[in-house]
Design a protein. Sequence first.
Length: 511
Amino acid sequence: MQKISIHIKKYIPYVLGVALLVSCEQDAIEGPAPAAPLPALSAGSLDLNTYVALGSSETAGYTDGAMFKAIQNFSYPNLLSQKFAKAGGGDFNQPLFNDNNGGLLLAGTQIIGPRLIFNGAGPASILSVNPGATPTTDIATNNPSGPFNNMGVSGAKSIHKLAPGYGNIAGVPVGLANPYFVRMASSAGASILGDAMAQQPTFFTLFTGLNDVLGYSTSGADDSTSSLTPVNGAPGVGFDGTLAALVSTLTSGGAKGLLINVPKLYNFPFFTTVPHNPVPLKASTAGAVNAAYAPYNGGLQAAYQALQGTGLLSADEVAKRTISFSAGANAVVIVDESLTDLGAINPAFAGLPKYRQATAEDYILLPASAFIGTLAVPGNPLTANGVAVPLADKWVLTPEEQLKISNTIDGYNALIKGAADSAGLAYVDADNYYNIVRTQGLTDGKFKLTNSLVTGGFFSLDGVHPTARAYALFTNILMKTLDAKFGSNFEASGNLLDIGDYPTNFSPAMQ
């Protein structure tokens, strides 16, 4: 969602020698004392021999709506492992893709599309500018050999990490297995946690919980697409029981680890980039659309008059539901399932749908940007989607839906912090860092990353997943956290990454 090809400039300090001419009688003038040598890298109390990373897309290495070889090499677990190798860390194996197109095939049929690029106006499929950039990674024919230290599985919820058979290829067509884990699973009946523990990790990272809300959120709170994992429930059912099972198992052999919490939705440009009022109208067009909505508005008034005194329909709700357009920028019309079902009160009102215009408190989801203004009936301007034809619930998160998701994340994060404290694990408040990215930008070295789509540098073109540069910044945060918790010295020994060495965009020509 980008050839913009941004070639990363290395900032190389140039030291100019200055010759100072002095007479033979003068004492030599000494320059500044050389900088003290940096200490040798120490792992502190960590045993980094076998590092295993568990998580989902953010752990696997995912950007621009896809996984592909280049971004996998920039995954934060892989970047960490390169530093760990200097302090006793062993080999780090990842299930690399065949190409840099992204996407997956199942026996020759595409099941997941390739990556996004920036086409000058917005995110678009790489196929729109490079038709030959089709997926070549087929989960039926060319899966790599494990075991894999990076056990990040794109799309996996916390509960899926315990599920046997989650990598069984037979379950992929019916939604019972994950194609990314098919590439990694040691057997058809394997589980993510089981394959992780078979490696006997001495150190682990666990970034889980985001996917437990993400599918639900990106589908406009559609339970039929993906439901929220409840905060409470047994292992494999609720987040608390599942997290407890994950942490107790991962630490059962004495491994130390690091837990990462879940960022809130308002930090992601997927939910905040599209304004609620992206529809510019001329006065004549606004008048025509208002005329089309006149029967709906009149029906609302009739319902209100009929229900006065019952408390079933307030004046505030009638005002909220009344549709009105004018010259200039206008809010889109949406379906809001939280509005009163007037047909259930009186069949005479069954023709009054749950329509209203969006406000700044609504999240219009990023894919809606390519849908708003298109014509439901080609050639008929009075059938513009989002104007004459309201946006379906899948395009929007209302404040009520946002609150439900936010409360769920709060529940997850309290459990993650509690689990880290109880088990003596390091803890990273990713929500706090993502919030800084959103509100003021997060600085590392000479670079400041913000949450602006395309230009901010932190979020990739899909509006959810980080760029390679952001993964590098996140890696630095993790190393600093390990220093504080376990006495390592990644920062003091000069082993933090220069995030300027990592790209924010990938060329459409990269294959």
